[in-house]
Design a protein. Sequence first.
Length: 433
Amino acid sequence: MYLTDRSAPPKAGAADQGRRRGPVSGVAPVVLVLGTVSLITDVSSEMVTAVLPLYLVTTLGFSPLGFGTLDGVYNGVSALVQLTGGHLADRVRNHKLMAGLGYGLSALCKPLLLLAGSVGALGTVLALDRTGKGLRTAPRDAMISLSTPAGRQGRAFGVHRAMDTTGALLGPLTAFLILRAAADGYDAVFGVSACVAVLGVLVLVLFVPGRRRAPDAPGTPDAGGAAAEEGAVGRQPVRVREALALLRLPRLRALAGCAALLGLTTVSDAFVYLLLQRRAGIAEEWFPLLPLGTAAVFLLLAVPVGALADRIGRRIVFLAGHAVLLTGYALLLWAPAAPALPFLVLALHGVFYAATDGVLPAALAGVVPDHLRASGLAIVGTSQALARFCCSLAFGAAWTLWGPGPALAGSAAGLLCCAVVAGVVLRPAEEAR
């Protein structure tokens, strides 16, 4: 029950040699194409995410509890749908199809934001958008995992997350420029976001390899996850019982349990930015730029931290990331409101994501069989997302009842305790024996 996995699957050497011919050493071309899709899609989604907290709280007059509830639903729907997307992708043995459906649904939701004139309508559109995210996440990560040897999982996910984060960097910047230039800024942001989302779907359809009638030879760099899917053609369709049986694997249970435990005390990004704005006295017009700090650090560190996790162990890097996040919470609570405070907090926030976002799915490479990879990723991802859903509700309620300071202090204390427990559960194999 630990995150470190340095073993390589059979034929990893041949596959690795083929992948070295790709544009980035050691990374399959399908990872780069999927990274491009995620980059474009994140430009679209982060444009909306960057302005949404301020739009809801200041324009629509949401209370912290109301915003926490909507933010929790926003993430909770995605968590529940992840299980469906992961299982269906394994069942039909076509990860690209399920990922495409997810990206397409999210793209369709963007123009609907222009028509959402009430809280109920807005909540419905956001829930549908998160449904699309839930459908695509596990199949997409399964394609990355299946195209990469176990010893390079951290690097591959790091490259993908770096490209994904480039979109997260460009999205808020685009929203900021639109808000400054357009008379009806929010509608303009939603309209441009819809156009960009469609472009991401087109790149997926045209350039991501899908199922093939005859798989390429082992090690062919552009085969991606397609060869792994085709290798399962002779199997019976994956049943729900077979997917749920993954929970019998001790290491999978440990990963899912610790991801949930830590997610229960991880404050959502939107609340972190709202807290930072109030703590540092940042003007509203600069609020959409706050995610840029997180994204910039994440972009710079995703690949080297992923490669570091492959070398020294994913458990160490994963827990260190949460320790860094705890330091950021401490600064928000007790550091003086100096000009450097926003930069320090956002930098720590970015380090946290670089050390956790790609490391967790990378740890599943040696745990879950290939034909159930999407289902395994969905189980762990869902446990984490549902926990963060609960955290959003609890944090919003605590803010409303006692104020932002006590709410964050409670989350910080909980995170410290949960990190200690996770460190014991995810102990190295030699300590577990």
